[in-house]
Design a protein around this ligand. Structure first.
Ligand code: C5P
Length: 425
């Protein structure tokens, strides 16, 4: 099959590869001995779902925690454990594996394994593979907090970093041994995100990106309020894609059920007014004009004119009526303000998308506006969007929100680079 047939030609002519964020990547996933091995079954599944092929190699100790058969069943490939077993065509599994790999991820990485790699040892298949590699290597430590904080482990971690080996985590929290502290392995989703970030071209390196996402909640009284059906998924996907592309990302989020993407600073707000204050505070920096502001939030257009301090009680009186006042238009204020950042707006419409989107782009004075038929996409994992700019409309095929977010970030980076280049018209 011709893979390129499914690739997408972007408005500026570049090609966005079809498939998941890790499409075409061949990863070696190394497991060493630790109880966190059980989570790596899920990690393998997530990496494959993101498009990677995953070849598992395990230390002997790892096989005590999870069977090679489990990992084989999940990845659809035989698992490598023993360096003396001839599995490759030439019987040199370590050389073959590292030749084929785009990256090696060791998760969980035990204190012992980190020590061995830090010292260039090659006394089992996985450590041999790490030593023989010519691709990037990342370690995801998992160990008891005292083992992690031991000066010897810290010395080894520093040596690994100095050798250009990425170390992701560890997390802090409950440990299998019953203690609490630093040493927990990152959760599988966070590791998957770190892998994606690892392979993403850093097209927004050095850029600050401020994103609003989710709905706002406008109180009527302490227990009731007005909100909308935005799930925040699109805004969070954009935040993740921007961080993966190397940007310094602040996500200003209304109430959602979503976890903060890895490597993203999140500020939680409830109301439109709080969102506006947070946006203004975050954009109050000397590099404002070189920043990017992406307004994805579904901000309530109106809020109740006054919120009761106590719960409004049901009574024999007629039902209460609500009076509304208009909320600030955050995007318009930023785009019309001094030294505006590069502003990207969103328009969720139920009908006449082209007319409303073009009108909105002009009124809000934003160079790029992303339109969608909002009622069809709220809360869903996929979306269908059209980009509107000075040159007109550029529809993108329906896709999952993560892929569309990556395309959008690529577009924004391209436009920033074009506007910064002296040869641009
Ligand atoms: O005018 P409308 O709400 O359709 O515009 C949508 C765009 O404007 C989105 O980018 C949204 O985040 C932004 N917006 C805003 N503040 C508002 C209303 C919308 O920033 N009060």
């Amino acid at each position: 099959m011709d893979d390129a047939a499914d690739d997408l030609v972007l408005p500026h002519g570049a090609i966005a590869p079809a498939g998941g964020a890790l499409a075409g990547r061949h990863l070696v996933l190394g497991l060493t001995g630790g109880i966190a091995c059980y989570k790596v079954a899920e990690l393998a599944r997530l990496l494959i779902k993101a498009g990677a092929t995953v070849q598992v190699a395990m230390t002997d100790a790892a096989t005590r925690f999870i069977t090679p058969l489990t990992m084989q069943a999940l990845t659809g490939r035989p698992v490598f454990v023993d360096e003396w077993t001839s599995q490759g065509g030439n019987g040199m599994a370590h050389i073959d594996l590292s030749r084929q790999a785009d990256g090696i991820i060791v998760a969980p990485a035990s204190a012992d394994f980190m020590a061995r790699v830090a010292h260039g040892m090659a006394n089992d298949l996985l450590s041999t593979l790490c030593l023989a590699r010519d691709c990037p290597l990342a370690m995801v430590p998992a160990m008891n907090r005292q083992m992690w904080s031991n000066p010897a482990t810290q010395r080894n971690a520093a040596q690994l970093r100095a050798d250009d080996i990425a170390i992701w985590g560890p997390d802090s929290g409950d440990q299998a041994c019953g203690e609490v502290g630093d040493g927990r392995m990152l959760e599988p989703e966070a590791i998957r995100d770190a892998v994606i970030a690892w392979f993403t071209p850093k097209v927004l390196q050095g850029k600050r990106v401020v994103i609003t996402a989710g709905p706002t909640f406008e109180p009527i009284d302490p227990v009731r309020g007005i909100t909308n059906r935005s799930s925040g998924k699109m805004g969070y996907a954009i935040a993740r894609a921007a961080a993966n592309a190397g940007a310094d990302v602040t996500l200003i989020s209304g109430p959602t059920a979503l976890p903060a993407p890895w490597g993203v600073r999140r500020i939680d707000v409830e109301t439109a007014q709080q969102m506006r204050e947070a946006v203004q505070a975050v954009l109050l920096t000397p590099d404002r004009a070189r920043s990017v502001f992406i307004a994805v939030a579904a901000v309530a257009d109106w809020r109740p004119a006054s919120a009761a301090n106590e719960k409004i009680k049901r009574s024999d009186d007629p039902a209460p009526t609500l009076a509304f006042v208009e909320n600030p238009d955050i995007l318009r204020e930023v785009a019309h303000g001094p030294n505006p950042p590069y502003c990207v707006g969103f328009a969720a419409e139920t009908n006449d998308l082209d007319t409303y989107a073009a009108e909105k782009r002009a009124r809000k004075r934003v160079p790029l506006l992303v339109g969608n038929l909002g009622h069809l996409t709220f809360g869903k994992d996929d979306n269908e969007i059209v980009l509107f700019d000075d040159a007109g409309r550029h529809p993108l095929p329906r896709g999952d929100k993560a892929s569309l977010a990556r395309i959008l970030i690529g577009e924004i980076a391209h436009r920033l680079a074009a506007s910064a280049s002296p040869s641009s018209p």
